[in-house]
Design a protein around this ligand. Structure first.
Ligand SMILES: Cc1ncc(COP(=O)(O)O)c(C=O)c1O
Length: 469
């Protein structure tokens, strides 16, 4: 079979999924609901001032397995989907592994990543609701680029708060957003209350996703006539839902090849690409069809929410304006070191991924950025794609798994998500090449300081996210 598998498998246009798959519907233990700071479970009316109505419905629905993809979104998916499922023959040969390695490549659009899959959906629903403005945060810049692109397509104004470290490191990413007509502001900024508060403290000036989220939410709530909403590029259930197109297409393509993965690997920032990639395979694990598939989330050692965080309710943002979600978190006040994988610098994690991890259905590993870049360069030379630093976390662990298969002589099938390209990350590649890149690993004390920002919630948890006495 190995000889007949093409380097790249492209599905037909009519094989783009017609519905997103909501894994929550098939999870035996559902992710916990969002809560307000007083402990009450958040309802539609609590969240709708911040997010577009249809997105709130999707967010709260853990029963419906499939949501039809609107024609207006599918039309745009056709411009860059189906994305290829690639067989990493060159990498396999270089490793000398009996494993068959596949990767789903999502970098084939201007945003350079999978983020467009959700950006189009979110902007579409905002437009359908008659809103004028959408606001967001961006770290590495891929999400901001994707949303700018989507906003331009549906005729919406787009305000992007970009983590200041990335704003300065990646001026061209900013220029792409501006090319799509977005208004891009470095965060923390002087334009919002929370921004000014954070900026006042020198230590917070490089910014974080948590702060940028607070700024974007504040901006959305001040759009005249209530016609602004905030949109988030990860973490939320709705985003994982939209990203299920990655997993659904991979599933169909592998089926066509007569393959099924033994191991599925994805990088995890807020968990959206991973949640989308694994969705249909995890369904098979949970219902017993393929109980032995292994799922591995890969995160940076510098921001280890799944491997060293607490499973607790926490705010999604540093300004503590959003509802609380139950997730693995380092604390909303945790400011990660300015590592180069900007998209993985988030204190929390998708409640879906968190619950799966908590219940033992998914493993997590943390890797150092120098080993990630070594894997990235090896991959680029062999497979002709310069990967994003975020995606390269998955490459690193896919290689590790392939080497384990070599040692044991097993013909494992490994699937990983190659979420995007790294052409705007040349400062990072440069610092790896000239050996100035350092590996940041937070100390236990630094983590404790972060945990101390997790709030107490009456009847739910004590301060720091600890159980009630
Ligand atoms: C290329 C790329 N991959 C992965 C991620 C991580 O996000 P998530 O965990 O939501 O997929 C990002 C986030 O910005 C990204 O830009």
């Amino acid at each position: 079979m190995a000889q007949t598998t093409p380097y790249r498998t492209y599905l037909d246009e009519d094989q783009i999924p017609t519905a997103w798959y909501n894994l929550r519907a098939d999870m035996p233990t559902k992710p916990e609901p969002m809560r307000l700071p007083d402990g009450t479970v958040a309802q539609f009316e609590h969240i709708a001032p911040v997010f577009a109505d249809e997105l709130v419905r999707q967010e709260l629905d853990d029963q419906t397995a499939f949501f039809e993809i609107p024609a207006g979104v599918r039309e745009m998916y056709k411009v860059y989907r189906p994305s290829p499922l690639c067989r990493a023959y060159n990498l396999e040969r270089a490793l000398g592994t009996p494993a068959r390695i596949y990767y789903k490549f999502e970098g084939n659009n201007t945003s350079g990543s999978h983020k467009l899959n959700s950006a189009l959906a979110q902007a579409y629903y905002a437009h359908e609701q008659g809103l004028t403005t959408i606001t967001t945060e961006t770290g590495a810049g891929q999400w901001g680029t994707a949303l700018s692109e989507a906003a331009a397509h549906y005729g919406l104004d787009c305000d992007v708060f970009m983590v200041r470290a990335s704003y300065e490191q990646k001026p061209f990413r900013r220029s792409v957003m501006q090319t799509f007509g977005a208004n891009v502001t470095p965060s923390p900024s002087q334009e919002t209350e929370i921004g000014r508060k954070m900026y006042a403290n020198e230590a917070n000036r490089s910014g974080s996703l948590g702060t940028a989220i607070s700024e974007a939410v504040e901006r959305a709530l001040h759009v005249p006539e209530n016609r602004g909403r905030y949109q988030l590029g990860s973490v939320l259930n709705q985003v994982v839902l939209h990203q299920s197109v990655i997993g659904l297409e991979s599933y169909t393509a592998l089926e066509r090849l007569g393959e099924y993965p033994d191991v599925v690997v994805g990088c995890a920032g807020g968990g959206s690409n991973l949640g989308g990639l694994i969705a249909p395979f995890m369904r098979d694990k949970l219902d017993g069809t393929h109980p032995d598939t292994r799922f591995i989330a890969v995160e940076p050692k510098s921001c280890p929410s799944l491997t060293r965080g607490r499973f607790a309710y926490d705010f999604a943002d540093t300004g503590q304006t959003c509802p609380l979600v139950k997730m693995y978190t380092l604390g909303n006040g945790f400011i990660p070191s300015p590592d180069h994988a900007g998209g993985l610098r988030y204190h929390g994690m998708s409640p879906i991924i968190s619950q799966l991890r908590h219940d033992g259905h998914l493993d997590a590993v943390a890797v150092a950025q120098t080993e990630v870049f070594a894997a990235a360069e090896r991959f680029a030379k062999l497979e002709t794609i310069l990967p994003a630093p975020e995606s390269s976390h998955a490459i690193k662990v896919a290689i590790d798994e392939a080497l384990k298969a070599k040692e044991s002589g097993e013909e494992k099938v490994i699937l990983f998500g190659l979420t995007g390209t790294g052409y705007f990350d040349m400062t990072a590649y440069e610092s790896f090449n000239n050996k100035t890149m350092v590996d940041h690993v937070p100390s236990d004390e630094e983590l404790e300081a972060g945990f101390s920002t997790i709030p107490a919630i009456p009847g739910v948890q004590a301060a720091g996210g600890l159980p009630l006495e």
